[in-house]
Design a protein around this ligand. Structure first.
Ligand SMILES: [Zn+2]
Length: 50
């Protein structure tokens, strides 16, 4: 959204999961510091999704 420096064709417009490297197409937020990346399901922080 605000990071257009990353133009990796394999990730389209989605950030990649810092844990497993899969494209994160959605994030489920369950708390102020608890976000689960989808579809991989890893626990991530939104600040790490770049
Ligand atoms: Zn993951």
């Amino acid at each position: 959204m605000d990071n257009e420096l990353e133009n990796d064709p394999s990730s389209e417009s989605f950030p990649t999961c810092p844990n497993c490297g899969m494209p994160v197409v959605d994030v489920t937020i369950t708390g102020p510091t608890t976000q689960y990346a989808r579809p991989c399901g890893c626990l991530v922080h939104l600040s790490e999704l770049e």
